[in-house]
Design a protein around this ligand. Structure first.
Ligand SMILES: *[C@@H]1O[C@H](CO)[C@@H](O)[C@H](O)[C@H]1NC(C)=O
Ligand SMILES: *[C@@H]1O[C@H](CO)[C@@H](O)[C@H](O)[C@H]1NC(C)=O
Ligand SMILES: *[C@@H]1O[C@H](CO)[C@@H](O)[C@H](O)[C@H]1NC(C)=O
Ligand SMILES: CC(=O)N[C@H]1CO[C@H](CO)[C@@H](O)[C@@H]1O
Length: 410
């Protein structure tokens, strides 16, 4: 990448909740909302939306297209089995008022919401919940406008990285945006015998296309296709459908004998379709302070590891998940510790989850400090200000401080 593409501002949705119905955890424990509730939910959606077209973007389980809309962007078949909890309603908003209506009405009807953009959450959190829920799927909010002269872009939250990369490349050969995988193969592993001949020099947009799993001659505009099942380096995951991933950060170099243990794991039957991706750090990443953005994994890391194991049949899910947990356990002495850091975009519920009801900050900080280090505390403060009742909740969402609520009279 020749010149960094910044600043990029995400579209800011006005998600302010204008009233204060207290959503208690008890609301979320109903096993399924009766149909009558769904009818009033749909009525509520029409009433609260400025736009009369909202009925065209509401899918309940009786709509014939419900299951194709739900399946459309599910990337991990672990979360598309008959036992996987399904949303009561899917809403695919066409404008902001419909997003607002979906939030207000879900809250009013005691339904949790899950917001889906590309459907890549590794643990399916963007489209699965174990309490009655609504999926707000942002696929139709995917406008992108790039101003190459100003080096800025406005991107709606439902746009995919492929779409963003393509639109940037249309405007400029030199600008890029580091939204996904780092395209450069690192010079920082001389001990693995990597030479210049092992590397291929390509433009930034070619690398985005290549990492997406497309072949050299394939048209660039395949990046626009949000339905494509290629999953970049995780092509096996796309082919096999089921996968489980974990992540680590490496500070001192891993000794060679540790790799022998890694190879042993990969020779096991369940490891046949697994891979480890080592993403080099340093450079620009080390210049950014840990507290600059929520993402804290900066100076001191030589690389990040993504572990992924893939498989094709639900029956073998447990043995593959056990396999990757054994590999992760083998790696313990060689990776970051106190906390053992992890990458939020490689979501891993093994490292800790919230309770269905109240979760203490102490409990949440077990996984929170792995993803965010010291920034976790600041995120708790932000959360307490914008969502004190914890409506926007999932298994690894930041919990608010409950002491704030007590102080303010709840
Ligand atoms: C409703 O939204 C759609 C998509 O954003 C737009 O095309 C249409 O004009 C809107 N209709 C009204 C009545 O605002
Ligand atoms: C959606 O996925 C489920 C599970 O994989 C499958 O049973 C169902 O047939 C799919 N529906 C559609 C419309 O593709
Ligand atoms: C919503 O997005 C999908 C996928 O890009 C597209 O097929 C569909 O036509 C869009 N719907 C509307 C109403 O824009
Ligand atoms: C998109 C769509 O056709 N949604 C329909 C699903 O069914 C409800 C009635 O149950 C209609 O109101 C929606 O228009």
């Amino acid at each position: 990448m020749k010149s960094p593409f910044s600043p990029i501002f995400p579209f800011v949705f006005a998600l302010l909740l204008s009233y204060h119905i207290r959503v208690t955890s008890a609301d979320f424990h109903a096993t399924s909302a009766p149909v009558a509730d769904l009818e009033s939910l749909i009525q509520c959606l029409s009433m609260h939306s400025d736009n009369s077209s909202i009925s065209k973007v509401i899918y309940t389980q009786i709509n014939s297209s419900y299951s194709s809309v739900l399946n459309f962007s599910i990337q991990n078949l672990r979360f598309s089995t008959p036992n996987t909890p399904k949303p009561q309603v899917i809403v695919t908003p066409l404008d902001v008022s419909q997003v607002q209506a979906a939030i207000k009405c879900s809250k009013k009807h005691g339904l949790q919401i899950r917001v889906r953009s590309g459907g890549h959450d590794f643990e399916g959190l963007s489209y699965v919940s174990h309490v009655p829920f609504v999926v707000i799927d942002l696929l139709n909010l995917s406008e992108i406008s790039v101003d190459a002269a100003e080096q800025t872009a406005w991107v709606q939250a439902g746009a995919t990285l492929g779409q963003l990369y393509y639109r940037i490349a249309e405007k400029s050969k030199n600008l890029g945006f580091p939204g996904g995988l780092c395209p450069t193969v690192g010079e920082s592993f001389p001990e693995l015998g990597l030479t210049k001949e092992d590397c291929i020099e390509m433009s930034w947009i070619e690398s985005a296309h290549d990492l997406a799993g497309f072949k050299k001659g394939d048209p660039l505009d395949l990046l626009l296709d949000r339905n494509s099942r290629t999953n970049g380096v995780a092509e096996d995951a796309a082919t096999n459908g089921f996968f489980k991933s974990k992540s680590d950060y490496v500070k001192p170099p891993i000794p060679e004998n540790a790799f022998e243990g890694i190879y042993d794991n990969f020779y096991e039957e369940d490891g046949e379709t697994a891979f480890m991706l080592l993403v080099p750090y340093g450079g620009k990443m080390s210049e950014i302070s840990e507290s600059e953005t929520p993402y804290p994994h900066r100076a001191g890391n030589i690389y990040q590891i993504l572990y992924t194991v893939t498989w094709g049949e639900d029956e073998t899910s447990q043995s593959h998940i056990d396999w990757i947990r054994r590999l992760y356990s083998h790696m313990t002495p060689y990776v970051s510790e106190n906390p053992r850091e992890a990458y939020i975009n490689y979501r891993d519920l093994d490292i800790g989850t919230n309770n269905r009801g109240h979760t203490s900050i102490k409990q949440a900080s077990i996984w929170g400090s792995k993803y965010f280090k010291n920034n976790f505390k600041r995120l708790v403060h932000v959360k307490t200000m914008v969502d004190p009742y914890d409506f926007f909740k999932n298994e690894q969402s930041i919990p608010p401080l409950t002491s704030w609520r007590k102080k303010n009279g709840d």
